[in-house]
Write a protein that binds this ligand. Structure first.
Ligand code: FAD
Length: 430
């Protein structure tokens, strides 16, 4: 008899809510991870850095479980089919996991829950990915916030009043199933190759976070935490990070609240996945010129700050937040290309890709979202450069040919593109 803990986007042993409860409640906990073909089969890049990252983390968890005389059972396939097999292979008592709020994950979990239920097995899920989930932050009339500022106030207040304790597994209990190490499928077995993209360190850099409000807007500086990928896959506990942040820097904590705000928005408004949050914005007649889109993707627009951002993304799987805002504004306003095109490109490339934040960021830039940038405010790449990359350090790093005749002329003129954008939006929204 075993109880299974199913790892998904919570790839750590420390302060893992569902794992902790499984370990406290059950005698033979079998930890499980499934390389999900429903997700993997959709990835075009066989050297996807996120797959390599997850694979490494799986090996690490498996190694760490040795000190509990246990191991991680790793499967490759479609979750529902894998669960069917597991029910045949093991006498399963209870299944524990942490909640995941994305549309695909919710559907997957419903199906698994139903299957388990029909076999008399309970599916116990826990909050772990966020500090506050679903309906925990409500407005005065019991509804959900549509704008960030009041949401963040209630969030902060609730956070300061709650007593969060981090959860550690008691090594003496030996409640994991005792087993020899299980084999882990190799990347190649799953049709992938090792990526050589660099993964930001898993550490809370206190001096950096302490200065975050002063450094975060300058892409040439090492001024942001780079913890995005770790938050995405749960290699860091968001509770631990938030507890540090509240002491170190309120602006940093505010960014963690943005993350939860967008997760809440997606949870309650699944339609934002492919529709404007403000539905009248679905009427904008995007130009969607494919050649222009190509130039943007490749970082050959002739706007150095835009090109630097896109090249940083293409080469490293990361782009600084300030520059994400600039390139997204450029695509949607200067080129009038559908925000969904840009969103999909980011989703392919970003190591820290998070459906809710990416969608929220794109809708913000396009002016279609919750607290959006008003459509008549169009970022000027030049003045953004003047403010945030004055010495051109970031630009020169990613666009070495800038200033030579190898660098292309601007693909559109800022002034007329700006007027065209404002005019197009105005007409569509009238
Ligand atoms: P830090 O500045 O150190 O912030 C710490 C953490 O706070 C981040 O890791 C992230 O989890 C969270 N955070 C910070 N800013 C935001 C924000 N504006 N919205 C939501 N969460 C935030 N963030 C993603 O995690 N995944 C995405 O796919 C993503 N796509 C974006 C697309 C666009 C067009 C824009 C404008 C922003 C996007 N962001 C996204 C938000 C932000 O750019 C990144 O979270 C940040 O740049 C990641 O770098 P960092 O880890 O050094 O962040």
């Amino acid at each position: 008899k075993v109880s299974i803990f199913w790892f998904r986007r919570d790839l750590r042993l420390e302060d893992n809510t569902g794992l902790y409860h499984a370990y406290e409640q059950e005698k033979n906990v079998l930890p499980l991870f499934i390389f999900d073909r429903n997700i993997l089969d959709e990835l075009e890049d066989k050297k996807d850095g996120r797959v390599t990252f997850i694979h490494n983390q799986i090996k690490k968890i498996s190694e760490d479980l040795k000190s509990f005389d246990s191991s991680l059972l790793v499967k490759y396939g479609k979750p529902l089919e894998i669960w069917q097999q597991l029910l045949e292979e093991y006498e399963v008592e209870n299944v524990y996991t942490n909640r995941d709020y994305e549309p695909y994950a919710k559907e997957r979990d419903e199906a698994v829950k139903k299957l388990l239920k029909s076999n008399g097995v309970q599916f116990l899920d826990f909050k772990d990915q966020v500090v506050f989930e679903k309906d925990e932050i409500q407005n005065g009339s019991g509804g959900f916030y549509k704008v960030f500022t009041p949401y963040s106030k209630v969030w902060l207040d609730k956070f300061q009043k709650s007593k969060i304790e981090l959860l550690t597994l008691d090594g003496r209990k030996k409640n994991f199933l005792k087993t020899d190490p299980f084999d882990i499928p190799r990347l190649e077995d799953m049709g992938f190759e090792k990526s050589d993209l660099e993964i930001p360190a898993l550490e809370i850099d206190k001096p950096l976070i302490r200065n975050y409000d002063k450094t975060r807007n300058f892409p040439a500086q090492n001024g942001t935490s780079r913890l995005g990928i770790h938050l995405r896959f749960g290699t860091i506990s968001v509770r631990k990070l938030a507890l540090e942040a509240v002491e170190l820097n309120k602006t940093y904590l505010n960014e963690l609240i943005w993350r939860e705000f967008y997760m809440m928005i997606l949870y309650h408004n699944t339609a934002v996945v492919d529709k404007a949050f403000k539905s009248q914005y679905d009427q904008i007649p995007w130009r969607n010129n494919e050649e222009e889109f190509e130039k943007w993707c490749e970082g050959k627009t002739g706007y150095p700050i835009v090109d630097a951002g896109m090249r940083e993304l293409n080469q490293t799987g990361y782009m600084h937040n300030r520059v994400r805002m600039i390139v997204a504004s450029f695509l949607t306003k200067h080129l009038l290309i559908d925000w969904r095109w840009g969103e999909a490109y980011f989703a392919k490339k970003l190591l820290d890709f998070e459906l809710s934040s990416n969608n929220g960021g794109w809708q913000w830039a396009a002016g279609t979202g919750t607290d959006a940038q008003p459509y008549f405010r169009v970022f000027n790449p030049e003045s953004q450069t003047e403010k945030f990359d004055k010495d051109l350090k970031y630009i020169k790093k990613w666009v070495p040919e800038f200033g030579t005749d190898k660098y292309p002329d601007p693909m559109v003129d800022h002034k007329s593109a700006r007027l065209r954008a404002i005019d197009t939006y105005k007409t569509a929204l009238n």
